[in-house]
Ligand binder design. Structure first.
Ligand code: GLU
Length: 388
């Protein structure tokens, strides 16, 4: 830990880092890549990974969103400085992502952590069906105590349909993974009340209770020469993360042990959420999705889901509607009353074939290993939950 890391504890209004159970850490290209040498700053990365390992040891799930593929690949390919054409940045990402994944895997292994690479496109996070797949993979990796290392799949992303910056991607990952904290490590210490480059008197804002128009106006537009996102994409990330029930911190990553420094109350900006990931998700399922069908449950299934279980095909007597996996469905009891809503684990066609059947039968009917639930308990909001 650096000397400044031992500074005053964080103000009381800011949550303590030890309280979080699932943390996404976003690392920008300019922190990770030494442009002059064309390589990763290995010693800095090792210090960050020690911080992540400390979070992991005390039981938190840790996810990394790492940029750097384009920055690493462009040097190897000898591409010119400045903005790259789309094909060039895709080629650079293809070359650089291999090195990026390797250095994360090796460095995490140095702290006895297992890395799992996930490359996502915009559609993987925005289309519910694909979103459920990415979410399930992330959840399984975390169950297995691995550290997902995530980046945009820049080699296939087209300019119209891509994030382009990893700030917003990291915020979507945080909501997708039901994380309760997102840490954006950046080459600035946080959000200032005016762009600090032209305003020597600019003050760092320690806490943003809510992203208002005034906060958005403070963002300016500047991005550093290596990374895509400026303060504007960070504020957008703040909106996405806090709406999804996660707090967000912007902190300076240019020092060793940057996460330990946040924990010790070092300078940074907190964006606070008034919600929790579970409440936000239930609200989203209960309120903002148009139902595409209904499932009728027998009394046993109704009891089971009210007690917190997933909905298995065995407890469903009838389905209505032409839905696909990820669509919102209403769950009804034997009297036809709405018990809750949830996201379909199967398309309507498959659901019709497996309704009323045991989980063993389901594998035989659909051929091969299947997800067990018609609606997973994490994907449902019971009546009364998530409203208001
Ligand atoms: N996904 C890009 C990369 O890995 C970086 C995007 C960003 O800098 O935010 O190079």
């Amino acid at each position: 830990m650096t000397a400044s890391a031992a500074s005053a504890p964080p103000p009381a209004s800011v949550p303590a880092l030890e309280g979080f159970r699932r943390v996404v850490v976003k690392v920008g290209s300019s922190l990770l890549v030494d442009r002059a040498q064309g390589c990763v700053k290995a010693q800095w990365l090792a210090s960050l990974v020690e911080d992540l390992a400390a979070l992991h040891r005390r039981g938190a799930d840790v996810l990394v969103v790492s940029s750097g593929a384009v920055a690493l690949g462009r040097t190897v390919l000898g591409l010119p400085d400045g903005a790259l054409k789309l094909e060039d940045s895709q080629a650079a990402a293809a070359v650089g992502q291999i090195a990026l994944a390797r250095i994360w895997a090796e460095t995490l292994a140095g702290s006895s952590l297992t890395a799992g690479q996930i490359l996502v496109t915009f559609a993987d996070t925005e289309q519910r069906r694909r979103y459920l797949n990415a979410r399930a993979t992330i959840a399984r990796l975390l169950d297995l105590r691995a550290v997902p290392v995530i980046n945009e799949n820049d080699t296939v992303a087209t300019s119209e349909l891509r994030y382009g910056d990893n700030d917003r991607l990291a915020a979507r990952v945080a909501t997708m993974a039901s994380a309760d904290l997102l840490i954006l490590l950046s080459d600035v210490p946080g959000l200032y009340d005016a762009p600090p480059a032209d305003n020597p008197g600019a003050r760092l804002i320690p806490v943003v209770p809510r992203v208002t128009a005034e906060i958005e106006a403070m963002a300016g537009g500047a991005a550093s020469h290596l990374s895509r996102g400026g303060m504007r994409t960070k504020i957008e990330a703040g909106k996405i993360a806090t709406t999804g029930g996660a707090h967000m911190v912007i902190a300076d990553g240019r020092i060793d042990h940057p996460v330990a420094r946040v924990a010790a109350g070092g300078p940074c900006t907190w964006f606070l959420t008034g919600s929790s990931p579970v409440t936000s998700r239930k609200k989203w399922i209960a309120g903002s999705l148009e139902p595409r069908g209904a499932l009728h449950l027998d009394a046993g299934a109704e009891r089971a889901i009210l007690a917190g279980a997933s909905l298995l095909p065995a407890g469903v007597t009838r389905i209505e509607g032409d839905f696909t996996r990820g669509d919102c469905l209403i769950m009804r009891n034997e009297q036809g009353g709405e018990i809750g809503r949830g996201l379909a684990g199967f398309d309507a066609g498959d659901a019709a074939r497996i309704l009323g059947r045991s989980s063993q039968d389901v594998e035989a009917i659909l051929g091969g290993p299947q997800r067990a639930a018609l609606i997973h308990r994490d994907d449902m909001a019971l009546a009364g939950e998530g409203r208001g």
